[in-house]
Design a protein around this ligand. Structure first.
Ligand SMILES: [Fe+2]
Length: 217
């Protein structure tokens, strides 16, 4: 798997869209956004104990396979456009690339597009509420495993979704995760202000109180 910040060109979405010079994005940076990643053996997906462990630990009891290419998908170009419309979900989006390749684009906290190039063996989890989109690359083929907790819901909520409760949770988690653990109440107050400014949402305030109470006493 490789990831990089995208350029702003309007060329074909299936092209890599590297910046010049290239600006790679690390797994650590992705994990700060809540994006999880595993490298697995795609030839052994039916009997892979590592995959089984991930599914068990994270409760991914639903699984199906998706073959995406012009020959197998009716209205291929239209579907490609739909996948490429920026959206969020109420749940995680979990995709495991078994063959071919494609791009998952996610927004970082500064609203920059990060392009994640998925190849066979790459499994990623996009957190609920993260703005993202998907496209095939110029090979026009990818085989994906889709995983889900319980009965799958694939509903996309197209941007803008700033008032969607799941956006508030997603942003709050990111803010909390990046907050340095110190006893400084000053820092606590600063982050509190950030959360309010960022989210303006009652759920976020509740979560803030839970997390930062120790620093206020
Ligand atoms: Fe999606």
């Amino acid at each position: 798997m490789q990831a990089w910040f995208m350029d702003d060109s309007n060329e074909d979405q299936r092209l890599p869209h590297h910046r010049n010079p290239n600006e790679p994005v690390s797994l650590d940076y992705l994990s700060e956004l809540g994006v999880l990643y595993w490298k697995l053996n795609p030839d052994n997906y039916e009997n892979d104990s590592e995959l089984g462990k991930i599914r068990e630990e994270r409760g991914y009891d639903y699984m199906d396979l998706l073959d995406l290419c012009p020959e197998k998908v009716s209205n291929y170009e239209e579907k490609l456009n739909n996948f490429f419309t920026e959206h969020i979900h109420k749940d995680e989006e979990i995709r495991y690339c078994l063959a071919g390749s494609g791009y998952f684009d996610v927004r970082d906290k500064d609203d920059r597009w990060i392009r994640i190039w998925m190849k066979p063996g790459d499994l990623i989890v996009l957190p609920a509420g993260i703005y993202h989109r998907f496209t095939l690359d110029t090979t026009n083929y990818i085989k994906l495993m889709r995983l889900f907790v319980g009965e799958p819901v694939w509903t996309p909520y197209n941007r803008p979704q700033e008032d969607h409760p799941i956006r508030a949770q997603q942003s709050t988690k990111a803010v909390v995760k990046n907050f340095p653990i110190t006893k400084s109440s000053h820092r606590g107050v600063r982050v509190f202000d950030d959360v309010i400014w960022d989210l303006n949402c009652r759920d976020a305030v509740k979560l803030r109180v839970t997390v930062f109470m120790p620093y206020e006493h």
